[in-house]
Design a protein. Structure first.
Length: 193
């Protein structure tokens, strides 16, 4: 899909994000807060409260992700931000998503693509734009925890974290495994000269 427009989610784009996520709030009413809240808190938070949490992030100017548009309609989302935004990823008890070290990282952790736009390169375009966005906003490195199709069958239920081959094609390098889940990183290149 070469005719996509991709923009950070700002308050004036909230309605577009709501439209894309639909009445079910993306995946099972998560409203992309599964990462933001600790596990017990997420379990005890109603879908409308999750929606309010994401809306507050947007209203506060945190730009929690990017939206892809096709012919003016929102067709894709990618969440990105500093690791500190995501309580679930900061826990040293997490078997899969805990930090590997103390260095600051930004994280790409969720994709949501409209059913009508799947398989058309939207996620790939969003990943490229997300990398540019994170580096432009001060990230020194970006991490992700995508699905490795050789270790785990990709399904619509687990591909929200992304697809390992797409991250490798975008220049990310696998730096560790947590169970069958790869941890990939992309380091900011030093300026030439």
């Amino acid at each position: 899909m070469h005719d996509l427009a991709i923009h950070p989610v700002t308050p004036d784009r909230w309605d577009d994000l709501e439209l894309l996520f639909g009445p079910n709030g993306a995946y099972g009413n998560c409203w992309c807060t599964w990462w933001v809240l600790p596990a017990k808190e997420w379990d005890g938070t109603a879908p409308q409260a999750r929606r309010a949490i994401l809306r507050r992030l947007v209203a506060d100017g945190q730009e929690p992700g990017l939206l892809a548009y096709q012919d003016g309609e929102p067709v894709g989302w990618c969440a990105v931000g500093p690791r500190e935004r995501y309580a679930r990823m900061m826990s040293p008890r997490s078997r899969t998503f805990r930090p590997l070290d103390d260095e600051a990282s930004w994280v790409v952790n969720c994709f949501f693509i409209a059913r009508s736009a799947r398989g058309r390169g939207v996620a790939t375009a969003l990943l490229a734009a997300t990398v540019d966005y994170a580096f432009a906003h001060g990230a020194e490195r970006i991490e992700a925890y995508p699905i490795d199709p050789s270790a785990q069958k990709p399904t619509t239920d687990n591909l929200f974290v992304g697809y390992l081959p797409a991250f490798l094609a975008a220049g990310f390098v696998e730096v560790a495994r947590m169970g069958n889940r790869p941890v990939v990183r992309l380091q900011r290149l030093a300026p030439a000269g």
